[in-house]
Write a protein that binds this ligand. Structure first.
Ligand SMILES: Cc1cc2nc3c(=O)[nH]c(=O)nc-3n(C[C@H](O)[C@H](O)[C@H](O)COP(=O)(O)OP(=O)(O)OC[C@H]3O[C@@H](n4cnc5c(N)ncnc54)[C@H](O)[C@@H]3O)c2cc1C
Length: 343
């Protein structure tokens, strides 16, 4: 199933596994089940920490594979064969379940650990969807970190009955505890803000305590990142408040003729922007949306959607562009269900 090159790469990644990982497989007599079984055994052949077992749950989707830690009692399920864009999600699920630290921000991990309510996420995807892995990986990180949280990726192509029954027209579509939760791209911080109201209030309180910035940039696209870098280079106390760091390039796979860069990929460019900003002492406030701007006696005050207030002597507004709406009835309601946006 896996070629030798990939096996060699995985073998070296799996050397960082410190805890046992069980792959619980539920199969039927389909070809996809055979593929999944072969994949599970290929993975197990690459590390003595990985074992393949039959899933005892008679209600399990078939074919499916649970990446399970019996030490931490965590469950990450893949219903279907997680190849294509989801192969990375599978590898990360194995690594995180086996004790390899996630790259998520420390405050996000702390917030995940503090969640006490049972959260059962189901994520409908297609294997060719480019935005799906981000959502799957964010929810898998939550499931690998807290045993109250379960995440199941479902390949819509193999589970058509469910897709029809739930009237899913676009992916990724996420259900939480059986109810619709979200549609489209979503970061880990977005998910945490949605499920943890107390966490959002705590975050708002700590943002409001920040000292006045010399320069506060609203917007984390290429323009906002440049403004922040130049301000910080002049020794000014600089912050960025960004609804979504990266801006429009984060939504674009093929970027061409961004001046001085002939061709690259959106997510790669976003990672480079972030790395460049972090070279300097810039306070980046991710996933925060400015809702109101007012003058204050010695500068400006920005109120965020979560109620926090930020103070600054100077402001740079670099809020870029967004999809233009027609303001016709149903436009919001049918977003992702027939209403689509394209440059
Ligand atoms: C599909 C597509 C393909 C493209 N292809 C190319 C290409 O090949 N080459 C090229 O050079 N350019 C391309 N572009 C254009 C390029 O992406 C933009 O020119 C560039 O992103 C503009 O940067 P910006 O920083 O001004 O704004 P944006 O990228 O729009 O960033 C705006 C930032 O402001 C934030 N923001 C907005 N409102 C608020 C608020 N109220 N509070 C907090 N934050 C807020 C957003 O979250 C975001 O971080 C493409 C754009 C699209 C959509």
């Amino acid at each position: 199933m896996l070629d030798n090159n990939i096996k060699n790469q995985l073998k070296s990644h799996f050397e960082s596994l410190t805890q046992p990982v069980e792959l619980l497989i539920a199969l039927d007599d389909s070809n996809k089940s055979t593929e999944l079984e072969n994949l599970a055994h290929d993975l197990a052949s690459l590390s003595d920490k990985i074992t393949v077992l039959n899933n005892p749950d008679i209600d399990a989707r078939r074919p499916s594979m649970v990446v399970h830690s019996s030490l931490k009692e965590t469950y990450i399920t893949f219903a279907g064969v997680p190849m294509g864009h989801e192969f990375t999600s599978l590898v990360l699920a194995l690594l995180h379940t086996g004790g390899h630290a996630s790259k998520a921000k420390a405050e996000d991990i702390e917030q995940i650990q503090s969640l006490e309510q049972p959260l059962n996420f189901e994520i409908y995807i297609s294997l060719s969807c480019q935005t799906c892995p981000q959502v799957v990986q964010a929810l898998n990180t939550m499931a690998a970190t807290n045993s109250h949280i379960k995440a199941t990726m479902i390949d819509g192509a193999l589970f058509q009955d469910e897709v029809e029954q739930r009237n899913i027209l676009a992916v990724p579509a996420v259900y939480l505890n059986g109810e619709p939760f979200s549609q489209g791209a979503l970061s880990l911080t977005d998910i945490l803000n949605k499920v943890d109201a107390k966490g959002a209030a705590r975050q708002a309180a700590s943002l409001s305590e920040k000292a006045q910035f010399d320069v506060l940039v609203v917007g984390g696209g290429p323009a906002g990142a440049s403004a922040a870098i130049y301000s910080a280079r002049k020794g000014l106390n600089t912050g960025i408040v960004a609804d979504r760091f990266g801006g429009q390039v984060a939504d674009t796979l093929a970027i061409e003729n961004f001046i001085s860069v002939q061709a690259t990929q959106g997510p790669k460019l976003v990672a480079q922007l972030e790395e460049h900003v972090k070279e300097y002492d810039v306070d980046v406030m991710y996933n925060q949306r400015a809702a109101n701007l007012q003058r204050a006696s010695n500068g400006y005050e920005i109120t965020l959607e979560n109620g926090a207030t930020l103070k600054a002597k100077s402001l740079v507004l670099a809020t870029g562009a967004r999809w233009r709406e027609m303001n016709v009835p149903g436009e919001q309601q049918y977003r992702g269900h027939g209403v689509a946006y394209c440059p």
